[in-house]
Design a protein around this ligand. Structure first.
Ligand code: MG
Length: 237
């Protein structure tokens, strides 16, 4: 497997959910509960990716904005053929269950904290770019003693367009005064790949659970690895 030579880079931007922080159990449990409660005829594995995108999108929207956009938001395949109000009920239930499980079921991926520390010790600058709220990212980093490594955290509240827009990456590059070619972005979703490619940074995608590897591959990241273990091997430090 190709190795990353960190001497060639000066900055590394991380997505949070699904890349550093593993929220897959909370999503899986919430999906399972919803399928059972509403007797939906879908295979949980087929819908996880879509639901992960949906949850990422609505996670920190204020409720009026969710309602205002719900017609568009709920145009997802797993809710096809269901009346609008029932869709809304299912989505709200799913989201509540997710929030109920999130805190207890989520943790950082094994070894990712050590990898972050090692990269930091190589004098690279580190940032978080999340479509979630920046305050949420601060709380997760604090909980796992990672705050000291990151000099910048950008959430949806800091940009006018979230990923797949490259805006967040561009804000960080400007702050760091770095070129795209000096910088790596690591994420787990197709929206991350699109943002990274549009910003022309080195895009590493880690298929750590929610998005299918084939789907990620179709979006052509520079490097695609299966999981955190492979990501650690890739850096070889
Ligand atoms: Mg993610």
């Amino acid at each position: 497997m190709e190795k990353i030579n960190l001497e060639k880079f000066k900055g590394l931007i991380w997505d949070l959910d699904g890349t550093i922080y593993d929220i897959s159990e909370a999503i899986k449990k919430a999906v399972g509960d919803s399928i059972e409660k509403y007797e939906m005829n879908v295979n949980p594995d087929d819908v996880l990716e879509e639901i992960a995108h949906l949850i990422e999108e609505i996670q920190n929207y204020p409720v009026p904005k969710i309602l205002l956009n719900s017609y568009e938001l709920l145009k997802v395949k797993f809710l096809e053929g269901i009346s609008f109000f029932k869709k809304l009920r299912i989505a709200i239930y799913l989201f509540n269950q997710f929030n109920k499980y999130k805190e207890a079921e989520s943790t950082i991926f094994k070894g990712v904290d050590e990898l972050i520390a090692k990269i930091y010790n190589k004098k690279l600058r580190l940032a978080i770019l999340t479509n979630n709220k920046s305050q949420y990212a601060e709380e997760v980093l604090e909980k796992f003693n990672l705050t000291k490594y990151f000099d910048t955290i950008i959430g949806f509240n800091d940009v006018s367009e979230v990923k797949p827009s490259p805006e967040g990456i561009q804000i960080i590059l400007k702050k760091w005064n770095l070129n795209p070619k000096d910088t790596i972005f690591i994420g787990d979703m197709t929206t991350d790949i699109e943002a990274g490619k549009a910003a022309k940074v080195k895009m590493i995608c880690v298929a750590s659970g929610l998005a299918k590897k084939e789907t990620l591959n179709e979006h052509r990241p520079d490097i695609l690895v299966d999981n955190t273990e492979q990501l650690i091997e890739l850096f070889n430090i």
